[in-house]
Ligand binder design. Sequence first.
Ligand SMILES: [Zn+2]
Length: 577
Amino acid sequence: MRFLCVCVLCGWSLFAAALDREAFTITKYDLEIRLEPEQQRLGARGKITLRNDSAEPQKVVALQISSSLNWRAIRAGGKTVQFVSQPYTSDIDHTGSLSEAIVTLPDAINPKDSVELEIGYEGVIPLDMTRLTRVGVPPEIARHTSWDHIGASFTAVRGAGYVAWYPIATASADFSEGNSLFEVVDRWKAREAESELKVQFTYVETRVDVLPSLLCGVEHGYRGRNVSSNVKAIRWESAMSCLWSPLGTVTPTFVIGRYVSPKQAQFGLHSFPGHEAGATTYSNAYDPATKFVTDWFGWYSGTVEVADFADPNSAPFESGTLLMASMAAEDSKLAGINLVHELVHSVLPSPRPWVYEGLAHFAEAMYRQQQGGRQAALDFLGLHRAAFLDSEKEVSAALQKNAVEKSVGQPLATTFDETYYRSKAAYVWWMLCDMVGDDALKQAIRKYRGTDDKDPKYVEGLIETAAKRDLGWFFDDWVYHDRGLPDLRVQSVHPWKGDNGVQMLTVTLENLGPAGAEVPFTIRCEGSDVTRRLEVRAKSTATTRVEVPCAPLEIVVNDGSVPESDLTNNSYKIAPQ
Ligand SMILES: [Zn+2]
C-alpha cells in the first residue's frame, strides 16, 4: 500500500514537472465566433499561434477555456492531435474553473519557436458568480460585479480574468489567497501584451423591433442582414470583426444590446430606452471633455464608446476605448471624468501601462482641478492612495532591512499590476506636472508617440527636454525602481529678521523614506499663507529660506500631492517670537 502510494505521488510529480502551464504565450488569435444569444451559446473555431517562452523544449501544451465551454477539436499541421480534456480549478474564470485541454504536440517545440494550432470549442456563457460566492460574497452583491453572460436581451462578456472565452494558458489562481488571482492575471497580461486577437463575430436574431448592436471598442462590420430562406421566420444575421492589436493591458470584451443612440451624440453613445436623461448627461459632457483633452493631449480624431448596462447596479468597466457604465442615473461630474479618461486613451495609445492608464487617471484629476480647484483634485487623487499604500509600506520596510532591491516592489516602467499602473502612476504624473509646470508637460505629452516608446528612458527624455531640467533622480526613485514612498517632516525652523526688518524663516525638511520628492510646504500665518516647494531626496534633508509677510504660526509639509508612507508627522508648530 505504501509502495503504491509513493508511486502515485512520483507519477504525479513527474507529470506536474513536465507540464509547465505558463511555458507558452499565445501570440496570435484568429477566431470565428458564432453567438446565439437566445440559447446563451458561443461556438468558436480558428487558429492560434503559440510561442514557447520557456527555456526548455515543450511537447505538451495546456489550453484553457471557461468551464462552461467544451473543447471540440484541436489540430496541428492539418492533423488531429491527441488531447485530454479535464476540469482545472482556477478563479481566473467567473465559474471558478476552466476546461483544460492537455495537448500532446506532434513534435517538441524549442524555446522561442512557435506552433500554430487549429481549434474548435463551444458551449454556453450564463451568469455565474461561483468564484465570488464560494469565498462568501452574498449573491445580491456578487451579481453587480460578476455580470458577464450571453443572454437574449443583453450580452456582456469580458476576457481573461473574468471569462476565458478565448484560450489562455495559466497556472491556477485562487481568490482566497491574497493576491494570487491578481498575480496570475497580471502575469498573463504581461505575456500577452504584444499579442494580437482577431475575432469575426456573427450573431443571429429573430426579433427585429430593435436590431441589437455588437460593440467591442474596435469593431467593423454590418448589422442586420436578412439570411432567412423563409419569409415567415425571418432571421437577421450581423457580423462584426474586432481586432485587438496589440492587446496591451486591454481586456477584450464584447457587448450586445438593443441600444438606442441619442441623435445629438457626437460619439459612440449607446443607451437603453428609459435612460435618456443619463445619456443626455454624457452627450452634454462631450464638448467640454474634448476641449480639455485636446488642449492637454493633442488633437482628438479617434473614437470612444460608452455603453449602458441593462442592470443599473453593474460595476463600470473599461476595455480600451469602450467604457461600460450605467446611464440609469444622471451624474454629470462622473460622465465628464469618464469621457476624459476614454478620450485620453483614444488620443494617446501606448504600449506602457503606466503611460496609457497613468495619464488617463492623471487627466481625470486635472479635469477635476479645472472644475473644482486643486484641493478637489487632490481629494480625488487621494481615493487612489489606499490602493498602493500598503504594498509600498512593505517595500519601504524591506528596503530599510537592506533586503535585495530586486526582490521587492514593482517598478512602474514595467508593471502590469493595476494598482501601480493606475493609482501610483496617476500620482507620478501629477508630481511631474507640479515639478515642471503645465506647459512643459503638455509639450512633452504632445511629442509622445507610443510607437517610439521603446527605450524605458524615452518619457524622461521628452520631459527633460521640454522642462530643461534633470529628472533622473525622480525617475530612478518612482519609475525605474520601486523604492517605496517618501516620509516627509519639518526637521527645524529658524525665524530671523532680514534687511529692513523683514521676517525670514530658514526651513529644513527631512525625508525619512527611501524615495525622493519635490514637495510643497505651506507656512501659515495670521493673515496669509506662503507656499513654496523643495526637493528632498531619499533619506536626506534640504534647507531653504523664505520671506514671510506676517508672524508664522505653523508649517505644513505636503498638501497631499506627494504620496507618503506617514502623514501624521507633517505639521510643525512655530513658537511665538
Ligand atoms: Zn483606462
